[in-house]
Write a protein of this length. Sequence first.
Length: 206
Amino acid sequence: MKIVLFGATGTIGKAVLQALSPRHEVIRIGRSAEDLENKLIDHQADMTDINDLEKLFGTLGKVDAIVSAAGGAPFVSIQELTPAHMMTGLQDKLMGQVNLVLAGMKWLNDGGSFTLVSGVLSHDPIRYGICASTINSALEGFVRSTAIELPRGLRINAISPTVLQESMEAYAPYFRGFDPVPASRVALAFSKSVEGLQTGQIYAVH
């Protein structure tokens, strides 16, 4: 398969690349011009800019799967939360991935798939996680509803991982009591989505 991977240089993205690249052609996408210059990615694109994505897909041509391991949201308390905080996460993790579907749909071969990434906070909130919980929940609703309307046998799923073992040094204070998982285990769920037949699923990796 010809697979386009967004967020290829992140912790999850690297694990997904390692899981899929032995069997498929994986095209690495990122935002950083420096990563492009250093050949860590194959193309540079900004998910928050749908025109940028349309240019990218026009360059790549038809593909079999579009995979996202990208998108973030700020961690702030309700007392500190502003509309700007919320919009940052909405534009990045939510609309960035929605844009992938809107721009990429016509470039997927029949039976092709989208795999997006949400997260455990959609149903297991933590302190300071308001933005992430809201965005992850909205993203999962988008996946379930989009699955029933996609044409040509196209599929869409989301991966919902808990906190990563590799990220605990930075995020442990936020995730007390959570059992972290390695990125390699999260990558298995991406493989299941890309290489399987299910659609409209939220694959929890907890």
